[in-house]
Design a protein around this ligand. Sequence first.
Ligand code: HEC
Length: 124
Amino acid sequence: MRARLVALAMFVLAGGSGAMADEAKRGEALFQSCRSCHSLDPGRPGMAGPPLDGLAGRLLGSAWGFDYSPGFRQARAQGLRWDAERLEAYLADPDSIVPGGWMSPPGGLSDADRAAMAVFLLER
Ligand code: HEC
């Protein structure tokens, strides 16, 4: 009985992490639509948007050398940090997180797409 429970737990764990890996993969594919403005390489400034490396727990508006809108500068001063909930809300409606910011809402994404993108951006 105990052995079966352990086997079941291992199955669930393996399935769970596999599903997360799939989400991250899907998020990475979706991220192609962001690459025209965002790099994942902090050593590559000079794009229209800030680099998005290491976003988990990062202060809003804190990529080095990027000239953010006043809304982002204020969010940073307030100590707001990126997590999945905030990122998904920002991608659905940027103004809901940073009023008057410069990024347009990315079109054509479902809730599931935004969730997958958050997994990809926050876990890498
Ligand atoms: C046309 C250019 C453009 C595209 C395409 C774009 N963004 Fe942005 N993004 C920006 C700009 C500009 C900012 C800075 C906004 C500001 O200062 O108000 C920004 C800011 C961000 C931030 C805040 C970063 C920080 O340092 O706090 C995140 C997160 C983000 N974008 C994610 C995305 C994702 C994910 C996509 C793809 C679905 C995307 N963006 C597509 C231009 C773009």
